[in-house]
Design a protein around this ligand. Structure first.
Ligand code: PLP
Length: 391
């Protein structure tokens, strides 16, 4: 059975060229980048080349890119160090954030007594910027705003340029979890004035175990892992040289093909909306997922008009890998916080969310197979209540 992979927001298949670049690095450049001899210096040069490549993509200085092990580490570092080293006393965020952000914030609340305010999104998953402005103006406490660029479950895109301007005008620091948009979109941080952002290599056909944090130089952020002076003393530990080279190769391929990849995935997403709507009467799409504007082209969040907690397993048995939410919470029995925000209580009780996420490798045939598998599974369910109100 040919398997179909439609869970690219969880992770993407690593590309052959990335594997080749990493294997060559592991074979030829095993030196420790901190060593002063030629073996070390050759490895160091490889890292600095990728740092420059990332900095060029973001229009920032290479000194503002700190390699880490993943998006989770980057987000932890930014939030925790903002509190511990920059004197942040208040964090404004939303219930839509990835767990690595929301749990880091809760940790700072319980251990450091940080005040936390959440902006509740509307039923489409939008964050109201007037509410943000009111909150920003309501206190003189040193504040960090942490709002993600694109949501990993529903794909909503937040206007981080506007938010960064609001934060600047109100003397607040701004962190955006950009894990789902980094390298998928053009990002110019000389124009979008975020202070901190995060990236994970495995979301764009790079390897797992490598990512980076963007840390604006003027912010003065420090690291949370102490030890040697690697990564400008912001992140101690011998660097993952092959991983960083792999991230650089994946970035190079994605940027070179960005227009073609974007157009392809946008067309696949539109096709998926059409085919699923035709195959499953009553299907709905969550948040801004089915809209072209303000929605990430890689993610489509659907809502099946019946309750079937086994849907993921049933699709898997038919060779189709898909997720019901984010990979990090897919083992949980409770609906995710994001779904609680965008679905009505009736929908949570009586419907089934599905996250379909694409890559440039996804084909129309993959979507046809999904639509027909879902049609078959759906035929076992009597759709008793067709008037469940969609939020
Ligand atoms: N933030 C978002 C929005 C994500 O989607 C993910 C991964 O799913 C992460 C952070 C965590 O990234 P990593 O898997 O590299 O730890």
């Amino acid at each position: 059975m040919d398997k179909i992979y439609l869970d690219n927001a969880a992770t993407t298949p690593i590309s052959e060229e990335v594997i080749d670049a990493m294997v060559a690095t592991m074979k030829m450049n095993f030196g420790n980048p901190s060593s002063t001899h030629s073996f070390g210096q050759e490895a160091k040069i490889l890292i600095e080349n990728v740092r420059r490549q990332v900095a060029d993509y973001l229009h920032v200085s290479p000194a503002e890119i700190i390699f880490t092990s993943c998006g989770t580490e980057s987000n932890n570092m930014i939030i925790k160090s903002s509190v511990e080293h920059l004197g942040v006393e208040r964090i404004i965020s939303s219930p839509l954030e990835h767990k690595c952000v929301s749990e880091s914030i809760l940790d700072m609340k319980s251990r450091k007594g940080v005040e936390v305010s959440y902006i509740r999104p509307n039923e489409k998953g939008d964050i109201d910027l007037d509410t943000l402005e009111t909150l920003l103006k309501a206190s003189d406490k040193k504040t960090l705003v942490s709002l993600m660029h694109a949501n990993n479950e529903i794909g909503n895109i937040t206007d981080i340029k506007k938010i960064s301007a609001l934060c600047k005008a109100n003397n607040a620091l701004f962190h955006s979890d950009t894990v789902q948009t980094m390298v998928h979109m053009n990002l110019d941080f000389s124009d979008i004035l975020v202070d901190f952002a995060s990236c994970s290599g495995h979301k764009f056909h790079g390897p797992k175990g490598v990512g980076f944090a963007f840390i604006r130089k003027s912010s003065g952020l420090k690291g949370i892992i102490t030890g040697g002076p690697q990564e400008r003393s912001l992140r101690a530990g011998t660097e993952n040289v092959a991983g960083i080279v792999g991230l650089g190769k994946a970035l190079e391929i994605s940027l070179k093909n960005m227009e073609a990849y974007t157009n392809h995935m946008q067309a696949i997403k539109e096709y998926a909306i059409e085919q699923l709507s035709a195959s499953i009467p009553g299907i709905k799409f969550n948040g801004r997922s089915a809209e072209k504007e303000n929605s990430l082209y890689t993610v489509l969040s659907a809502l099946l008009p019946y309750k079937n907690p086994l849907i993921g397993l049933q699709l898997d048995m038919k060779g189709i890998a898909i997720s019901q939410g984010s990979a990090c919470s897919s083992g949980a029995s409770k609906p995710s916080m994001v779904m609680m925000m965008v679905l009505s209580e009736d929908e949570m009780d009586e419907c089934t969310p599905l996250r379909i996420s694409f890559s440039h490798m996804t084909t129309k045939a993959d979507i046809d197979a999904l639509a027909s598998a879902l049609k078959e599974i759906s035929s076992d369910f009597t759709i008793e209540k067709t008037n469940v109100e969609h939020r």
